[in-house]
Design a protein around this ligand. Sequence first.
Ligand code: ADP
Ligand code: MG
Length: 714
Amino acid sequence: MLFALLQYFRPWRLRLIPIVLASLLEMFFNAQIPLSVKFMIDRALLNHNQHMMFLILGALATSTVIVSVTSMARDYLYAKIVAQIIAGLRLRTFEHLQRLSMDFYARTETGDVMSRFSNDLGALENGLAAGVAWGLQPFLDLLLSVILVFTLEWRLALIGVLLCPLCILGPGFFSKRATAASVAKQEQESGALTALQESLMAPSVVRAFSLQDTLIGRFRNRNSMLFGASLRLGFITAMVERSASLGTLFLQVVVMAISGWLAFRGTISIGTFASFQALFVSLSYAFMYLAQYAPNLVSARGGAIRLEELLAEQPDITDVPSAAELTTFRDAIELREVHFSYTGERTNLEDVTLRIPRGSSVAMVGSSGSGKSTVLNLLLRFYNPDRGGAFFDGNDLRSIRMHSLHALCGVVFQESFLFNTTIRENIALAKSGATDAEIIQAAKSAEIHEFITSLPAGYDSLAGERGRNFSGGQRQRIAIARALLRNPSILLLDEATSALDPSTEQAINATLNRIAPGRTMISVTHRLRSVVHVDCIFVFHQGRLAEQGCHAELLHLNGLYAKMWRKQAGVQLNDDADRATVDAAWLNELPLMRGVRLDTLEQVARWFGTEQFNEHIEIVRQGDPGDRFFILVRGKVEVSRTTDDATEIVAILHDGDYFGEMALLSNQPRNATVRTLTPCVCLTLPRDLFNRLLATEPELRDYIRKVATERGAA
Ligand code: ADP
Ligand code: MG
């Protein structure tokens, strides 16, 4: 164990020499005091030899000065080595994390990495830092004291040394428990930190749902558990020290009794008696230090093991030595017969073959989880396909330098991350050595330049943590500017506008259409209206490429896409995004109204009202009485159902989907909770309005009654 830790000192071994020398010097000095007691008593005091007394005191004073200086120098040198070891390891770990590929991040929890980076590195640092003062020095002192007591009087020494382990019985007993208690406390601490972190991450959710009291209640529990753990650790740690000093005291009493008896009988001199006491005190202290240092070493070793584990992670995705540099995009990007799974458990892409010619504009559509983002991940080589391959101008991506591939691509995700620095730097990140002129040009193309210059600090304005100083739309525009800075041949947009409200979305889509010419555009979207003009639409369904073709071809095919299209085309939003409408034909597809006459449905359509919702809002809560029916015109919501033991997400709904239809029949409680994931626009029809409508339309009323009884019976 010690050996494994010593390897960290290997690069510094030459600088350890003065440290060891200084410790040896201190060892002799530490032994000198108890020995001087003997000479003081036997030679100077009992003989009244003044000359001898000054000689001894002079020698002691001189060595005190020397050893103070050398040991301080030693402490400095050693602290420097440890700080260098830890800084080096910290840097190496961080660098390593940047080189690991996405699959590592997909299967690893952030908290785990964080704790290795902070707690484990800290444990190692603590263990190493105390190494000389608590390890090496007591060890040397112990060694010399043992030799000295044996040369002074071996029989007494034997008894004393045999009794010595008694002093560490107590500390040994308690320190095991102390280690366990400190682990327990760390767990409680990290639990409390997680709770704090969660409450800091989403202050708006906390307030919108009035979760304050719930959170405080939960935190109170956590805090009282942390209190218990702290108390236990504090007491046990005190016991470690208490039992060690009691053991030492016991040893001293025993040694004093025996050596006193020997001195009384004249077997040993009075000076020997006195220096024995002093030697045993330092001997048992050395023992105690070592005993208390041992647990530090154990946790340092534990920390080192966990760090080494992290450092041993190999990136899946690396450049092979023969990898070629890409400079231009000439022909096409392709996936050929790609099979892929993130975890190996479930296939996430199955036999996908697609071709994106240079200069074309394509879209990936399909329900949530159908594999659209996964396709982008493979095109960017964040992952390697399990079977089949991804090709760039006919070359397998595995034979291409990754950074040269990424240099040709600009990517904008749904949520754009801004670093907490200036806008200028946030944009400039994409290209090292970008000039101000280039940055401004990119911002102009992304149509955010005017806004930036209107800020007091202009391009030097700070983004704030996670970019919170800016609205979602502004963040997306900054992200687009960042992507454009590289003047990318290929622009990949993964739901780049879906988290935005409809009018911002329209504006950004217009911007994107302006920057598209001359580039290859690959966009993932749920909004079919925004892709009717593209050259090719790829329709994904459960990890398979179900259909492909242009809008007209896919409508003609009358398959999945056509169905999605009808669903979305039947509901419309006006240009100001404040009024939505639904077609009678769309209503006709509802199971509840299938077979109802179209002119009646046109009546029904007119009774719908438009409602807008912000993101992260509960539109419908499970268990509440249902009072209206919803059609989701724009946006994305999550439907979840809570049973006794778990909450399960049952669906993600998009433009053109509907929910809450049972509320039109009766006010039975809602059977699920619906939460907005993005800003949403809904069409709603309250039941009382619907009932008034039924009163005037006897035919519809009879029909609905029939459906209601059928459903009630089912
Ligand atoms: P979408 O079409 O909504 O973009 P994705 O391509 O993101 O869908 O996801 C496809 C499937 O892969 C989903 O079932 C999703 O749960 C799964 N998946 C996505 N990312 C990961 C990941 N990092 N680890 C494991 N499974 C993932
Ligand atoms: Mg996605």
